[in-house]
Design a protein around this ligand. Structure first.
Ligand code: ADP
Ligand code: MG
Length: 334
């Protein structure tokens, strides 16, 4: 847990603009929501109220979409099979169905029976029996999530939007800030960063990519304009049994945590919900398939294995390896 917090805080810190650069007034609010540390940083003198309003919006999204909170819409959907959509459920369900389709099922919104079986929401982590895994895979594959008018329904199974909720929330917060007239901000929700506008000093935003060793080091930084930078890693939530590491991104076809050599995936594009869903899907697909899909979709990526960092062509000028880990990784631009 300490490793998770250190890694997330580091990402958040890297996204924080310095108060001295550009001499613009900077105001940050932090809150723990969606099981992670969330920070919204705004520039400009009159933007404190807008940043504060983000807290309520974030808690509202969590209250509606959490898979574990018993008052949530997702909880009602999973227990009742059908629910009238609230403010966010329909949009998230539609987005999730779309990402499942473009990733050929690697992103699976009905994954919850498997996530629960592995204990990733209860904290009761263990390697399930192969019989239990086969049953859960069958259930996941038979589940159908549907949006019809204002009703969201699922046949069999259970949904879990944990793979896109933080990205979706980052998009919502950015809209909220824009609507309030904020012109420059950084939203940091765990590994989900969304920047708004450009830094008042004219320099790019510097977003750190954490080292998978969890020790608080960075692999490098990305110098970007307004965009979403989302990272998912096997080092974020995991447990070890009999010397083997099991993490929270599950291949819906096998029922086991994806195991293809990737330890971290970063996606850079405009839409944070899409970036979040794609990081999860790319982790499942493995680098080769993921890389060709990323190219077809026009999104930039950073894939990390045990000893290599693969940076897509569009990020070549934007990525700077960090001195603290430079010797441990080869950087390959593709
Ligand atoms: P986090 O930022 O919480 O680490 P990720 O974006 O990395 O989240 O997604 C992992 C989460 O997505 C898991 O905790 C689980 O809730 C859900 N999940 C796991 N495997 C899949 C999958 N194949 N498709 C969709 N969602 C998944
Ligand atoms: Mg994700």
């Amino acid at each position: 847990m300490k490793r998770i917090i250190t890694a997330l805080l580091l990402l958040a810190f890297m996204a924080l603009p310095s108060c001295t650069e550009g001499r613009a007034e900077v105001y940050s609010v932090s809150i723990t929501a969606m099981d992670t540390s969330c920070t919204v940083t705004v520039y400009g003198e009159d933007n404190k109220a807008a940043a504060d309003a983000c807290k309520e919006l974030l808690l509202g999204i969590e209250a509606e979409l959490s898979v574990t909170l018993s008052g949530s819409k997702v909880y009602a959907l999973n227990t009742g099979g059908k629910v009238e959509t609230g403010t966010h459920l329909k949009a998230v369900a539609e987005k999730a169905i779309g990402i499942k389709s473009i990733t050929d099922g690697a992103f699976e919104p009905c994954i919850y029976p498997l996530v629960k079986l592995w204990g990733f929401t209860t904290g009761d982590n263990r390697v399930p029996s192969s019989k239990a895994i086969t049953e859960a895979v069958g259930l996941v594959n038979n589940s159908v999530l549907k949006v019809s008018g204002n009703t969201v329904s699922i046949t069999d199974g259970m949904v879990d939007f944990g793979g896109i909720t933080k990205g979706y929330a980052a998009d919502m917060l950015a809209e909220e800030l824009k609507g309030a007239g904020v012109e420059a901000a950084v939203i940091s929700l765990g590994g989900n960063i969304k920047t708004l506008g450009s830094k008042p000093n004219g320099k790019p935003w510097n977003i750190g990519i954490s080292s998978p060793d969890g020790g608080g080091k960075l692999l490098g930084t990305l110098a970007v304009g307004e965009c979403a930078v989302v990272t998912s890693g096997s080092y974020i939530r995991n447990f070890t049994e009999n010397g083997k590491l099991y993490h929270h991104i599950i291949d819906p076809r096998t029922g086991y945590p994806a195991d293809n050599g990737l330890v971290s995936v970063t996606v850079v594009c405009d839409d944070a919900a899409m970036a979040d869903g794609l990081t999860t899907a790319f982790f499942v697909m493995g680098m080769e398939k993921a890389s060709s899909l990323a190219k077809a979709l026009g999104v930039d990526t950073v894939f990390v294995t045990d000893d290599c960092i693969y940076v897509s062509a569009g990020l070549k000028e934007k990525f700077t390896p960090d001195d603290s880990t430079r010797d441990e990784y080869s950087v390959i631009y593709n």
